[in-house]
Ligand binder design. Structure first.
Ligand code: ING
Length: 303
């Protein structure tokens, strides 16, 4: 067996005027709680250093950029890295990244994996950006990820953490089967992801009543179909003028949920994830080499 004690640190709403210092203090409290319960790795939500700012139309780039990090760790986030190193706990952290590539400014919806020594192991930038880029003033709030973030050139990655292979995704990525299959083919045994999911989608309210069902449906199916653990962690509850879905969970390679949040606030969930379970499924019913017929799948990447 290769057990890893994985925690999800669900966050309640972050107010627009809540400082990074205040948010980091909440993150550290959750980290300490998770460590006290035996966690070796803690998964925080998407964009977890600030409120979910894509809900507002902004035109002043300086105001937009005020929600982004230009360095990681920074003075405000270093205490989290230091607490994690002291406790020997690794973590996944979602945040807005402002960087330059070949002289061009880039804005990404980013997540990093930090090792138990406090060093950054890997970085992932959100591939599937939902919502819209235009201003829709008649809606109660916007969802402007297509306006504020760039699509990255690097795609899905997998990194060594402890005895396992860990991949990262972010929010809307979890709704797309390609996300998990690509990482499974790269050897991922765990996919960690954070999310900010409004329970009312103004531009597509048809499934509002199914938001909790769809949230678990996609992660349970992915865990089963790709023989992996999926750790999905919410920024939850009332946040400014929206209400965000909770339901943070850990899904096993069987498709079963083995840890589940029961509040819409700051809450730690935890599960002992035996990574050898992934290998079992990979050698049996989801033996990719034995059962997949790739010659029939080409259209998935051609269109
Ligand atoms: N949030 C939502 C998500 O994918 C969404 C956006 C919700 C799109 C429901 C379509 C339907 O969970 C983010 N941040 O991607």
């Amino acid at each position: 067996t290769r057990p890893v004690m994985i925690a999800g640190a669900q966050m309640g709403g972050i107010a627009r005027n809540e400082s990074r210092k205040q948010v980091v203090a909440r993150l550290i409290a959750l980290l300490r709680d998770a460590h006290a319960r035996g966690a070796e790795l803690v998964v925080f939500p998407e964009l977890t250093l600030t409120t979910f700012f894509p809900r507002w139309w902004m035109e002043d780039q300086a105001e937009i950029d005020s929600f982004f990090e230009t360095e990681m760790p920074s003075a405000a986030t270093r205490p989290l890295f230091e607490a994690a190193r002291e406790l020997k706990v690794g973590f996944y952290l979602g945040y807005a990244e402002l960087t330059t590539e070949a002289g061009a400014t880039r804005h990404y919806n980013t997540a990093i994996l930090v090792g138990r020594d406090g060093q950054i192991v890997g970085k992932y930038r959100k591939v599937h950006l939902p919502g819209h880029a235009d201003h829709r003033p008649h809606m109660p709030y916007q969802h402007l990820e297509k306006r504020y973030f760039d699509v990255p050139t690097d795609g899905f990655g997998v990194w060594d953490f402890g005895a396992g292979k860990f991949g990262m995704a972010i929010c809307n990525d979890r709704r797309w089967p390609e996300t998990y299959r690509v990482m499974a083919l790269k050897g991922a045994e765990v996919v960690m992801l954070g999310y900010n999911t409004p329970t009312h989608i103004p531009w597509e309210p048809i499934y509002d009543h199914l938001s909790a069902f769809h949230n678990h449906l996609v992660m349970q199916a992915a865990g089963y179909q790709n023989a992996m653990f999926v750790v999905g962690v919410a920024k939850a509850g009332k946040e400014e003028n929206s209400y965000l879905l909770g339901g943070s969970c850990i899904a096993a390679p069987s498709g079963e949920i083995i840890a589940l949040a029961s509040t819409d606030g700051d809450e730690v969930i935890l599960a002992r994830c035996d990574l050898d379970l992934c290998q079992y499924n990979r050698k049996a019913l989801f033996n990719f080499a034995e059962h997949r017929q790739v010659q029939h799948y080409g259209v998935i990447t051609e269109r």
